[in-house]
Design a protein around this ligand. Structure first.
Ligand SMILES: [Zn+2]
Length: 489
C-alpha cells in the first residue's frame, strides 16, 4: 500500500459525502446515479484490496453484514418528550400568550414554525462526530437500538462534517419516506408478487425496526433533523442556529422553517402554507411551533410529558375514504389543464364530496392514482378536498396507470408543457373551454355580478356560439336566450 492509496480512499469518501449532502440537503444532484455508483465502486475495490483501511464511517459500510437477533433497549440521554397538540388558531394564540406571560411580559420572543413530518421520531448519537448509536423514541425514556437500520437511511451522515466535534452529540429527527419513493417501492413489491405498503409512515416505522440491515437498505428512507437532545457545548443558541448548523455538518432539515417576531405573523404564514402543502413530496400532519431561543426554552422547561416551549399545531383535517370513478381533465381560463378526481360521493365535514383536486399530472404520477382505486380524500381548512393517498393495499385487480392527455379535451389542440415542467396547457387562445372559464370568472367575481348567469347557462352560451367573449354578453337579447334550456342555470 502507498500513501497515495490512502489519500485516494479519503478523497473518494469526501466526494461521496459531498454528493450525499447535495442530494439530500440541497435536493440538487450534480452527478448522475451512474457516476455516483462509479465513485462508490472504485472506493469498494480499493477497500477490498486494502481491508486495513476500512473504517465504519466509510460510505461503503452503510449496510453492515449481519442481521441482529433482536432489538435491544437504549436509555435516552435526555428523555424524548412528546408534544401537546392544538387544532385551532385561537388555542395556539392562547398558548403563545401563556408562554409569553411565563417569560415575563416585556421580553421579546421569536416563534419558529416548522413542518410536522408524518414520520417516525428517532435519536442519533454522534461520538466524536461519528454515528455511534441510533434509537427509536420508545417510551420516551427507553427506546430500541436501531443503529444497524439507521445507518442505511439516506441523509443520515455516518460522519458529521465538523472540524472539532464534541465527544457526544444527541441529534433528534424524523425518519420518513417520500410519496414518489413509496410508489417506486410498491412497483417493486408488485413485480415480486408482494403486497403493497399502505402509506409512507407505516413503511418507515416498519423498516427501521427490521433486524436485517440489508432489507432496511432496500427501503428508500430519509431523515430530517429537528432538534438536539444536548448541544454538546456547541455555539448553537436557537432553533434557527440549529438549522444552519445542521445543514453545515451534513444533516438535512425540513423546508419552510421560519422565525417570526409575533405569533400573529406566524399564524398568517402557516395559513398560507397549508394551501401549498400538496407541493411537498412527503406527508405532513401539521406544524410545530417553538420558542426560538434555547435560553428561553430552558427557562420554560417541561411538564412531565411535554416541553412548554413547543406545541404541535395540527390541521383541522377531515378525511374520508371513497372510490375514484374517473379522472377528468379540466381546462382553466389560462389554458392550464388540470386533472380532477370524480369520486363516489362521500360525506366529509358535513357536505357531500364528489370531486377532489389532483393538482397536476406529476402529482397523479407521484401518488400513483388509478381509476378504481380506493382513495383517502381530505379537506383541510377552506381548501377544496384533495387526494391524500391511495389505499394501495386495497388494490385488488390490476388497474391501468393514468397518463395525461396529449391534446386538449375540448379543442384537440396538442398540449404543451410549461417551462417549469409541472403544468400542461392548451395553447389555443380561442379554445371554447378557455372562453367559457373566462366568462364564468368574469360573471362570478370579476367587475360585476351578473344575475342569473350561472355555470350551465355560460356553457350553453359558449356551446351555441352565442358568446365568445365578455363583450358578447351585452349584445344578447331575450330572444337569444329563449331557446336555451333554463334548468338550474
Ligand atoms: Zn383547448
Amino acid at each position: 500500500m502507498t500513501d497515495s492509496t490512502a489519500s485516494r480512499i479519503e478523497r473518494l469518501r469526501e466526494q461521496i459525502r459531498e454528493h450525499d449532502r447535495r442530494y439530500y440537503i440541497e435536493a440538487a444532484a450534480v452527478i448522475s446515479d451512474l457516476d455516483y455508483d462509479r465513485l462508490l465502486e472504485e472506493l469498494r475495490q480499493l477497500e477490498t484490496a486494502h481491508p486495513e483501511l476500512i473504517t465504519p464511517e466509510s460510505p461503503t459500510q452503510r449496510v453492515g453484514d449481519a442481521a441482529v437477533d433482536e432489538l435491544t433497549s437504549v436509555r435516552h440521554v435526555r428523555p424524548m418528550l412528546s408534544m401537546d397538540n392544538t387544532y385551532s388558531e385561537g388555542d395556539l394564540a392562547a398558548w403563545a400568550a401563556r408562554t409569553a406571560k411565563q417569560l415575563g411580559s416585556d421580553e421579546p420572543i421569536e416563534w419558529v414554525l416548522e413542518l410536522k413530518i408524518d414520520g417516525v421520531a428517532v435519536s442519533l448519537a454522534y461520538d466524536d462526530g461519528r454515528l455511534a448509536q441510533g434509537a427509536t423514541r420508545g417510551s420516551g425514556l427507553v427506546g430500541d437500538d436501531i443503529t444497524h437500520t439507521l445507518r442505511t437511511v439516506g441523509g443520515v451522515p455516518l460522519q458529521l462534517s465538523l472540524a472539532s466535534p464534541p465527544p457526544r452529540l444527541d441529534v433528534r429527527g424524523e425518519v420518513y419516506m417520500t410519496n414518489s419513493d413509496l410508489v417506486r417501492l410498491n412497483e417493486k413489491q408488485a413485480a415480486e408478487g408482494l403486497p403493497a405498503f399502505a402509506n409512507t409512515r407505516n413503511v418507515a416505522a416498519g423498516s427501521i425496526r427490521l433486524l436485517d440491515p440489508k432489507l432496511a437498505a432496500a427501503r428508500p428512507l430519509r431523515f430530517f433533523c429537528h432538534g438536539l437532545g444536548d448541544a454538546g457545548g456547541l455555539p448553537i443558541h436557537s432553533q434557527t442556529d440549529l438549522f444552519a448548523w445542521a445543514v453545515s455538518v451534513g444533516l438535512p432539515v425540513a423546508p419552510w422553517s421560519q422565525a417570526f417576531p409575533s405569533i400573529e405573523a406566524l399564524i398568517e404564514y402557516g395559513r398560507e402554507q397549508i394551501e401549498a402543502l400538496h407541493e411537498l413530496d412527503f406527508e405532513v400532519d401539521g406544524f410545530v411551533v417553538k420558542v426560538n431561543s434555547f435560553q428561553q426554552q430552558r427557562r420554560l422547561g417541561s411538564t412531565s410529558k411535554s416541553p412548554r416551549w413547543a406545541i404541535a399545531w395540527k390541521f383541522e383535517k377531515y378525511e374520508a375514504t371513497t372510490t375514484l370513478a374517473r379522472i377528468r381533465v379540466q381546462v382553466g381560463r389560462g389554458g392550464t389543464v388540470t386533472p380532477v378526481a370524480d369520486l363516489e360521493p362521500v360525506q366529509l365535514a358535513g357536505t357531500t364530496v364528489s370531486r377532489a383536486s389532483l393538482h397536476n399530472a406529476d402529482e397523479v404520477a407521484r401518488k400513483d392514482v388509478r381509476v378504481g382505486d380506493v382513495l383517502v380524500v381530505e379537506k383541510a381548512g377552506k381548501v377544496i378536498p384533495h387526494v391524500v393517498r391511495v389505499e394501495k393495499h386495497l388494490r385488488t385487480k390490476r388497474l391501468t396507470k393514468w397518463s395525461p392527455p396529449t391534446e386538449c379535451p375540448e379543442c384537440h389542440t396538442p398540449l404543451v408543457r410549461d417551462p417549469e415542467g409541472v403544468y400542461i396547457r392548451c395553447p389555443n387562445m380561442h379554445c371554447p373551454a378557455r372562453q367559457r372559464e373566462r366568462i364564468k370568472f368574469f360573471a362570478s367575481r370579476g367587475a360585476m355580478e351578473i344575475e342569473g348567469l350561472g355555470e350551465k347557462l355560460v356553457e350553453q352560451l359558449v356551446e351555441t356560439g352565442l358568446v365568445r367573449d365578455y363583450a358578447d354578453l351585452y349584445r344578447l337579447t331575450s330572444n337569444d336566450l329563449l331557446p336555451l334550456e333554463r334548468d338550474g342555470a
